[in-house]
Design a protein around this ligand. Sequence first.
Ligand SMILES: C[S@@+](CC[C@H](N)C(=O)[O-])C[C@H]1O[C@@H](n2cnc3c(N)ncnc32)[C@H](O)[C@@H]1O
Length: 317
Amino acid sequence: MTDAPHSPAGDVAPEAWSGVHRGPLRAGEWVRLVDGKGRKHNFELVPGKRFFSNKGHLEHDDLIGREEGFAVTSSVGGEYLVFRPLLSEFVVSMPRGAAVVYPKDSAQIVAMADIFPGAHVVEAGVGSGALTCSLLRAVGPYGRVSSYERREEFADVARRNVTQFFGGDHPAWKLTLGDLAEALPASGERCDRIILDMLAPWDCLDAAADALLPGGIVCAYVATTTQLSKFVEAVRVHGGFTEPAPWESLVRDWHVEGLAVRPGHKMIGHTAFLVTARRMAPGERAPLKKRRPAPGAYGPDYTGPRPPGVPEMPAED
Ligand SMILES: C[S@@+](CC[C@H](N)C(=O)[O-])C[C@H]1O[C@@H](n2cnc3c(N)ncnc32)[C@H](O)[C@@H]1O
């Protein structure tokens, strides 16, 4: 459902780009070392450099040129497993400017915002580039991810991270410095999906609605309940979207050892909430969901946008 066939966004031709890390480890790539206690070390391989830890040291040159998936022993007998980091491991260890979208949420965004190979996706802000990597993987070299970021220092961090992860320029990626609310309309871009990860996504809703093709999806990632309320109501007030669907995902590890099978003790309790809504065709309105607002939902204390037809309601006694 792209607006028109388009040429690749970057300077690299899609057919010349593989984006796959295989074969012997090369200088300039990242590796991930894990010791017997599960402690992780991620670093770039640099010829002539040494890796130090509380278990002595290792020469980078002893890792370069080997197929990943091996065990090495440090100068004082510490054992490490060596692999290339997965994307989910890279994004939580790479340098950060702003807070990143966690892998569990990137997975939800790719699935529930229906990011498909060849899609044209707009995202803002780019932050540290974590979500960007997942979006680029999902659209592939013939799609397009158009990222907007208003802070230059974050854009620089994201550019370094994304380039590092893919081992060069991704042909589907375009990064624009500027505020989405102004830069997106000025660009004239039309897109299939828009992902908003920022403090005030409601400020960008009009720009998102104008850029989205009919049937397209807007998806917001917000950290607090007050942001969630304000964004959902802003989507309802806009009127050109279907009823927004808000949710969050919780992921729990399990301890499995013989008969001792139980949930793990540690869990990331909260990262952020997600909301999606689909864009109606121009001039079309989705029938308003027939709902009786909960008592006090839009009472005198409520200061956000008010959905059409919902009067101010008295607060509960
Ligand atoms: C939480 S970070 C995004 C993290 C990113 N999604 C990641 O996974 O690494 C939020 C970013 O949005 C940027 N931002 C906020 N409002 C914006 C806007 N209206 N247009 C463009 N960027 C914006 C901020 O500068 C910040 O870098």
